[in-house]
Design a protein around this ligand. Structure first.
Ligand SMILES: [Zn+2]
Length: 456
């Protein structure tokens, strides 16, 4: 009996010591990777919690400002949103901008994290807290448009010169749901340009409404956004309608060769030439256009071209930009597509020349475009040369205006020997008529750059 009592007392002392010891155990380790200094309309909490086997008893995160507490996270409610990142590590990511907490005001705020982990088989908890001061910044970037007289041909291009502050804000022109990036004006040949001065080329696409809203936008890294309109006029254009006769001879010429070279593109029955042709004209066309749009992002931040673009010499225009084409087979309408380029024909295997100075972005097989070259002219502007019989440049080459890129041909979706020529802006086809016109280039672009340079 006495021995038993001693055992009880000893166990009691041991438990007390363990209890006491557990009380001194360290809480989870809290590491706040973001936000570092500020949040705005947007902001992301990026919190790592290190605790043995990822076990937590509690975790609360809040934003505090002027005595108000905005709960951000509570383990009791949202346990599923904690990500396990290794055996002993948890990660919590949460949007914490003004969009999520509309009552936040500009000024100082604090992130407060309290976390505890179970110790002594869950009988006690070890707690840690973290406090981090941040600033809520809600002032949007400032935009001032400098250029004047913006005239946009429907399906065509334009350019705007503006100033944005802070200079590192992301900015450009938004046309409906399309965004065109602005670039530092120093890349447009304006000497000693203020770093805040920007140049943006933009387009009103052939398939956008003539009343599509056009504005300059700027947003900083905290999601604060500013937008401003500027004076512009849109000139409506009518696009031609044409009918293309598709016959068995044509199908036999184009379909097998396109399928043989576009190895990533599959049709159900390659021997069904008409069905394969329709898939090529719709789906392969869409894939190829996605490739072209992706290449747009590789544009140089400087203007590489000089003066008006050159239309290939001694060529007749066989098809124009945004011609609405109806494809007819044995008297029946089988398809509609828009022709987003110019078809220029001269003699067979005629030398195809660079329309302006640039750099080769693409040189090779591109589905319906056959053997194709795409040149980058900088600041989102590119030119495309399709259906070539041969290519004499390679990706990365710098080319000068009138330098030979290859020879014309009938590769891809082409009937007779011709050059299919397209100008692209931000990956979207625009009419080359603007860019071929010395007066347009002078008045729409060079004049504005001169005026911006003179204004300093
Ligand atoms: Zn064409």
């Amino acid at each position: 009996m006495r021995k038993f009592l001693i055992l009880i007392v000893l166990l009691g002392i041991g438990a007390g010591a363990a209890w006491f010891h557990a009380g001194g155990a360290e809480g989870p380790m809290l590491v706040l990777a973001g936000p570092e200094t500020a949040i705005g309309q947007t902001g992301e909490l990026d919190l790592a919690i290190e605790t043995p086997r990822g076990k937590l008893a509690s975790l609360e995160v809040a934003l505090e400002q002027n005595g108000t507490r905005f709960p951000v996270f509570d383990l009791a409610d949202d346990a599923a949103q904690l990500e396990q990142d290794g055996e002993h590590r948890l990660v919590l990511k949460r949007a914490i901008g003004k969009r999520e907490f509309p009552e936040l005001e500009a000024g100082a705020a604090r992130i407060v994290v309290t976390a505890s982990r179970p110790v002594l088989f869950g009988y006690r908890e070890a707690t840690a807290t973290l406090e981090h001061d941040i600033e809520v910044r809600l002032r949007p970037p400032q935009i001032a448009v400098y250029s004047t007289h913006h005239y946009i041909n429907h399906g065509g291009s334009e350019m705007v010169v503006y100033r944005v502050q802070p200079a590192d804000a992301q900015s450009g022109v938004r046309v409906g749901d399309r965004e065109y990036a602005g670039f530092p004006a120093s890349g447009a040949g304006i000497e000693n340009a203020d770093p805040a001065l920007r140049v943006a080329f933009f387009a009103l696409l052939w398939n956008q409404d003539v009343n599509t809203p056009i504005e300059v936008f700027a947003r900083d890294e905290l999601g604060n956004e500013a937008r401003t309109t500027f004076d512009y006029r849109v000139f409506p254009k009518s696009f031609r309608k044409s009918r293309i006769q598709v016959d068995d001879r044509f199908l036999a010429k184009v379909v097998p060769s396109i399928l043989a070279q576009s190895t990533e593109f599959k049709v159900d029955d390659p021997s069904d030439l008409l069905a394969s042709y329709l898939r090529i004209n719709r789906d392969l066309r869409r894939q190829n256009d996605a490739t072209i749009a992706a290449l747009a992002r590789e544009t140089a931040p400087q203007i590489l071209w000089q003066g008006p673009f050159k239309q290939l010499i001694n060529t007749a225009v066989e098809a124009g930009f945004a011609d609405q084409r109806t494809y007819v087979y044995k008297g029946e309408d089988i398809d509609h597509q828009t022709h987003l380029g110019f078809d220029l024909a001269s003699t067979a295997a005629a030398p195809v020349l660079a329309a302006n100075h640039g750099r080769v972005l693409f040189a090779g097989w591109l589905g319906i475009y056959g053997n194709c070259v795409i040149l980058d002219h900088g600041m989102g502007l590119q030119s495309l040369y399709a259906h070539l019989s041969s290519i004499s440049v390679a990706v990365g080459d710098s080319v000068a205006i009138n330098q030979q890129l290859g020879r014309s041909g009938t590769t891809g979706l082409a009937v007779g020997d011709h050059l299919h020529f397209t100008i692209l802006l931000g990956g979207n086809p625009v009419t080359p008529i603007d860019w071929w016109s010395p007066q347009w280039v002078q008045d729409r672009i060079l004049r504005k750059l001169r005026e911006a340079g003179a204004a300093g």
